[in-house]
Design a protein around this ligand. Structure first.
Ligand code: SAM
Ligand code: DTB
Ligand code: SF4
Length: 342
C-alpha cells in the first residue's frame, strides 16, 4: 500500500477479483466506480491532452493493430522527424485551443542519439510554453529516460497494450518484459508514467483483466492510463476484427477507475466510433481525460467543436492550466491528488 489514503490504493489485486469487476451487474459496477471517482477527483473536470505525431510511419515493429508499421500496407507514408519550430507551432495551437498536455509521438522501436537530441529540444520548448510535456518514442534506456526528465519531460507514454498471455499474438518484435523494463526506467527517472492498452483486438475478458492486473500491481499505479478502443485501419492485420460492444468499453473504464483510483483514466483512441451517449457513460464510469484535437497520430479524433458541445451538454469543464502544472509534479504515487470528501 503506498498511501495513507488506505484500502482503495492496492497493489495486490487478483485476476479473479478484476474479472469479477468486469462481469459485475452494470448498476453495481457503475456505483462502485463513481464512489471511487468522487473520492479522488472532481467528477466535473476533464484533463485534455493533444497528440502530435512528430515522426510518422516507417516503424520496424510489427504491432498488428498499428498503421505505422512498415510491415503493413496501410498507406501511411514514412516521414522524417519534424523540426522543433514546426512542433512548437503545433503546441501553441493546442494551448490556444485549451489543451494542458502536449504529447509527442514517434514511430520508432527506440530513439537514436541524433533523434533524441532533437526531441529534447522539443520538450524544452513545449515546456517553456507552460504545457505539460509527454512523449512516446518506443523503448528507452535508463540514461535516455534521465536525460528526458532533465529536459523537462513530465509524462512518458508506453503501453503494455494487453495481458502478458495475449501479447505474443499481437507483437513479436519486442517482449512484454521489454515494455516493463522501459516503464521501470521511466519511473526511476522520476517521470510520470502513462500506460494503458487497447480493447477490441479479439482479447478475452480474462485478457482485459490481465492487463488491468499488470497495471494495478506495478510498484506505483501509472499516473495516466489510456484505454484505447482499436481503430481498425485497412491493411493492418486486425482490420475486420469483431467490433467491441460499447457497454464493454464502459465496463473497462469503470474497472480501471476502481483498481487505479488516483490515476487519470483516459478515454483514448476510438471516440469517433462512439456515440455521445457511450462517451457520457465512460465519463460517469470514471474516465477523466481525453485526447483533444482533430487528429490522433495518423487517424481522426472528434473535432474540437464537437467535444466542446458535448462537454457543455454534460457540464464538464477542462482542467485549468495552473492546476495541470501542479498535477505534473512528479510524485511518489499516481494522481498526486489529495483525497476528496464526497
Ligand atoms: N512507437 C511507440 C510505441 O509503440 O511504443 C509510440 C507510438 S504507438 C502508436 C502508441 C500506442 O498507440 C500503442 O502502444 C497502442 O496502444 C496505440 N495504438 C496504435 N495503433 C492503434 C490503433 N489502431 N487503435 C488504437 N490504439 C492504437
Ligand atoms: C495511446 O494510448 N493512444 C495514443 C497515444 N497513446 C500515443 C495513440 C492512438 C493511436 C491511434 C492510431 C493512430 O492515430 O495512428
Ligand atoms: Fe511502431 Fe509504436 Fe506502431 Fe508498434 S505501435 S508499429 S512500435 S509506431
Amino acid at each position: 500500500m503506498d498511501s495513507i489514503e488506505g484500502a482503495d490504493i492496492r497493489h495486490d489485486w487478483q485476476q479473479g477479483e478484476i474479472e469479477g469487476l468486469l462481469g459485475r451487474s452494470f448498476s453495481d459496477l457503475m456505483f462502485h466506480a463513481q464512489l471511487i471517482h468522487r473520492r479522488y477527483f472532481d467528477p466535473n473536470e476533464i484533463q485534455v491532452c493533444t497528440l502530435q505525431s512528430v515522426k510518422t510511419g516507417g516503424c520496424p515493429e510489427d504491432c498488428k493493430y498499428c498503421p505505422q508499421s512498415i510491415r503493413h500496407d496501410s498507406g501511411v507514408a514514412a516521414q522524417a522527424l519534424m523540426s522543433v519550430e514546426a512542433v512548437l507551432a503545433a503546441a501553441r495551437r493546442a494551448r490556444a485551443a485549451g489543451a494542458t498536455r502536449f504529447c509527442m509521438g514517434a514511430a520508432w522501436r527506440r530513439p537514436k542519439e541524433r533523434d533524441l537530441l532533437r526531441v529534447i529540444e522539443m520538450v524544452q520548448a513545449v515546456k517553456a510554453l507552460g504545457l505539460q510535456t509527454c512523449a512516446t518514442l518506443g523503448m528507452l534506456t535508463a540514461e535516455q529516460a534521465r536525460r528526458l526528465r532533465t529536459a523537462g519531460l513530465d509524462y512518458y507514454n508506453h503501453n503494455i497494450d494487453t495481458s502478458p498471455e495475449f501479447y505474443p499474438q499481437l507483437i513479436t518484435t519486442r517482449t512484454y518484459r521489454d515494455r516493463l523494463e522501459t516503464l521501470a526506467h521511466v519511473r526511476a527517472a522520476g517521470i510520470n508514467v502513462c500506460c494503458g492498452g487497447i480493447i477490441g483486438m479479439g482479447e478475452s475478458l480474462a485478457d482485459r483483466a490481465g492487463m488491468l492486473l499488470t497495471l494495478a500491481n506495478l510498484p506505483q499505479h501509472p499516473q495516466s492510463v489510456p484505454i484505447n478502443q482499436l481503430i481498425q485501419v485497412p491493411g493492418t492485420p486486425l482490420h475486420g476484427a469483431r467490433a467491441v460492444d460499447p457497454i464493454e468499453v464502459v465496463r473497462m473504464i469503470a474497472a480501471s477507475r476502481i483498481v487505479m483510483p488516483r490515476s487519470w483514466i483516459r478515454l483514448s483512441a476510438g471516440r469517433c466510433e462512439m456515440s455521445d451517449e457511450t462517451q457520457a457513460l465512460c465519463f460517469l464510469a470514471g474516465a477523466n481525460s481525453i485526447f483533444y484535437g482533430e487528429r490522433l497520430l495518423t487517424t481522426a479524433n472528434p473535432d474540437e467543436e464537437h467535444d466542446r458541445v458535448l462537454f457543455r451538454k454534460l457540464g464538464l469543464r477542462f482542467q485549468a492550466q495552473a492546476q495541470a502544472q501542479g498535477d505534473a509534479r512528479v510524485s511518489g504515487a499516481a494522481g498526486d491528488g489529495a483525497t476528496r470528501s464526497t
